[in-house]
Design a protein around this ligand. Structure first.
Ligand code: ATP
Ligand code: CA
Ligand code: CA
Length: 425
């Protein structure tokens, strides 16, 4: 799969921000990574590591192109999450996120105003988040860690890191790094974002006909009579995990999350190249500390290995394919095989009632899980409730949201377009 994108230059409005985010990650994450692993303490959940970058540089931080500050939140906690529960290879992680030719930007940000960037190998997403979401994630980090530890197959967003960049004039940008549910090596032919709410949850079908990248919603799913084709075995496993995850979301008192489902149709394969020409490629010169460069030359630490690979690859890229071209793997790299719901080509293969495989792969997970039921959301509940069924609108109290979400997901798995009974009267 070759992706062709536009190279983001220094004149791009988000160039400086991206440069700072990646420089911060490289220095911050590799600093923590270079230390010997130890068990977590309570203090680790409240820890913040600060870095100050400027164009001069110093002993600890290399000189950077711009002045900015970087904060790494609970680095040891995220390191444990990445390595012990999400089974990420430390060298791979650093390399993917900060090698040259890195980020692509989604066409337009979500309603919330968040920006999404994909790592160059399409495995990771950087999402800028609102300060309230940032504070919220920190406040539930312990519960999240606990849930992930006890649910190795959780469908919840995998958070790999939480960071902040502060620009000279004081603007603060918070962001998380998380898993891309969609695989690098397979086209996703249909995408659904399902909440279990049926008021206003429809992407115009007329527009969908000409846009293969449309993110469809609950009513599209119902009206198209879709179902998740899973045999009894996978259905039972998925239902149980969704039950536990929904229970957790109820407990931390959030709402507005959704089940994101990407469908790959095997008979169509990759020939449509759905992702082509949608990317913007970013290729910054991320600085390295003098020590890091020295380490990279001979060291055996994950940091050093990652950096050597990054240097090698960026050299290859300069020689090889043209500007802005990204080559993604054609085959499953196997990096998700530890996870029950991501082990068939990075996803979940559809099965029939005899548990035999069908020609479809689902890529699914629960996303956007950082919205607590705030005063704003209560007001939204009130206003939307005036003109529509109070129980079918998207903002409802987290207990009700969780029940409705789980019922909907159970219903769409039962087959025959089970979502029917959720249809607005
Ligand atoms: P809003 O609050 O308005 O829903 P948001 O900015 O919080 O928007 P999300 O709901 O997190 O954004 O995501 C928006 C879209 O981005 C999703 O519908 C999905 O298409 C894509 N997306 C988000 N997270 C992932 C992920 N982990 N993997 C793949 N795609 C994702
Ligand atoms: Ca959302
Ligand atoms: Ca959101």
């Amino acid at each position: 799969v070759v992706l062709v994108g536009n190279l983001i230059g220094e004149d791009h409005i988000n160039y400086v921000l991206m440069y700072n985010m990646l420089t911060g990650i490289r220095i911050g994450v590799s600093r923590c990574q270079a230390k010997v692993k130890r068990p977590l303490t309570d203090e680790d959940f409240a820890a913040r590591h600060k870095f100050s970058f400027d164009i001069v540089g110093n002993e600890l931080t290399p000189s950077a192109k711009y002045d900015f500050k970087f904060k790494d939140y609970a680095p040891w906690v995220f390191r444990e999450l990445r390595e012990d529960y999400f089974h990420l290879d430390p060298a791979d992680y650093l390399l993917s996120l900060t090698a040259k030719y890195i980020l692509s930007e989604l066409g337009s940000p979500g309603k919330s105003g968040s920006f999404f960037y994909f790592s160059r190998d399409y495995r990771f997403i950087i999402k800028t988040i609102h300060h309230s979401e940032h504070k919220f994630l920190l406040s539930i980090l312990k519960d999240y860690h606990h849930h992930v530890k006890n649910n190795p197959h959780t469908l919840l967003s995998r958070f790999y890191g939480l960071h902040r960049v502060k620009l000279p004039r004081g603007r603060k940008i918070h962001f998380v790094i998380m898993n891309n549910l969609f695989p690098p090596h397979r086209d996703v032919h249909e995408t659904f974002d399902l909440k279990g709410s049926t008021v206003g949850r429809e992407y115009p079908e007329a527009k969908a006909a000409t846009n293969p990248r449309a993110v469809l919603k609950d009513l599209n799913w119902i009206n198209r009579g879709k179902m998740l084709e899973l045999g009894p075995e996978k259905r039972a496993l998925l239902t149980e995990q969704l039950r536990r995850d929904a229970e957790f979301l109820r407990k931390i008192y959030v709402m507005d999350y959704s089940l994101l489902i990407g469908i790959h149709k095997m008979e169509r394969g990759n020939r449509d190249n759905v992702r082509r020409n949608t990317l913007k490629v970013f290729s910054p010169d991320i600085p390295m500390t003098r020590r890091a460069t020295a380490v990279a030359k001979g060291g055996t630490s994950p940091e050093a290995i990652a950096m050597r690979r990054a240097m090698r690859e960026s050299n290859l890229e300069r020689l090889g394919h043209g500007r802005g071209a990204l080559r993604l793997p054609e085959e499953d790299t196997g990096d998700r095989r530890d996870f029950l719901f991501y082990q068939d080509e990075g996803g979940l293969r559809a099965t029939d009632e005899a548990n035999d495989p069908l020609d479809k792969i689902y890529y699914l997970g629960v996303i956007d899980i950082l919205t607590p039921y705030s005063t704003m959301k209560k007001l939204e509940h009130f206003w939307k409730g005036l003109s529509a069924d109070r129980h079918k609108i998207s903002p409802v109290e987290p207990g009700e949201y969780s029940d409705r979400f789980f019922s909907f997901m159970k219903a769409i798995m039962r087959g025959g377009g089970g979502g029917e009974r959720f249809k607005a009267e």
